[in-house]
Design a protein around this ligand. Structure first.
Ligand code: ZN
Length: 198
């Protein structure tokens, strides 16, 4: 791309590294930034740096937050005895958007995948087991219905059952390989309501 000079090319290249941003969009975004007032650009860059500096995992559920506990874990009005286990933060957001789930979450940050060399120790499983030392009545496994998601669900179920905590799995109305975040709210609610004990 010799159309632009070095700095613009660099900016386009950086945007193109972002998920879901193709070359055309990267070009549009880069040119938009160039046309923005200098203060806006500085503010934008600052917000990104500050976010990166202050955001970390919630001490309890491992979602992202800038506090010790995320707003969901810090909310005493939520049911802290029910933990929904999800693969990633986007899945948490999808369930949260339904506005109908009153329990708390646990974010694994991945799923077990022997093919990709991701084992139980590579995701936040020990952290989940540790949480069961507190008063927990039910663990709802809401991992995706992909092979990895199902493998992870079976593993968690075997891990938790001996502790006597009730383990349920969301209904498999969710299409195979379907990403939870792409599924509409009604389907998510139906999957949650139709959960079965493992
Ligand atoms: Zn939390």
């Amino acid at each position: 791309m010799d159309l632009y000079s070095g700095y613009i090319n660099q900016l386009i290249e950086e945007f193109a590294k972002l998920p879901g941003v193709g070359n055309k969009s990267a070009q549009r975004l880069a040119l938009h930034i160039i046309n923005m007032p200098k203060e806006h650009v500085e503010h934008f860059a600052n917000v990104m740096t500050e976010a990166k500096n202050h955001i970390h995992y919630c001490k309890s559920c491992y979602t992202l937050t800038d506090q010790e506990l995320c707003p969901i874990c810090a909310n005493q009005g939520r049911d802290h005895t029910t933990i929904m286990v999800v693969e990633n933060i986007r899945d948490l957001a999808a369930y949260e958007k339904t506005g109908k789930y009153e329990g708390v979450y646990h974010v694994l940050h991945g799923a077990i995948s022997p093919m990709l060399g991701i084992g139980p120790n590579d995701i936040k499983l020990k952290e989940l087991v540790k949480r069961l030392e507190e008063d927990v009545k039910e663990v709802i496994i809401a991992t995706n219905s992909s092979l990895e998601g199902e493998t992870t669900a079976m593993y968690i179920s075997k891990l938790i059952k001996p502790t006597g905590v009730k383990v349920t799995r969301i209904a498999s109305g969710v299409p195979v390989g379907g990403d939870l975040e792409c599924i509409d709210e009604m389907t998510l609610l139906r999957a949650l309501e139709g959960r079965t004990e493992l």
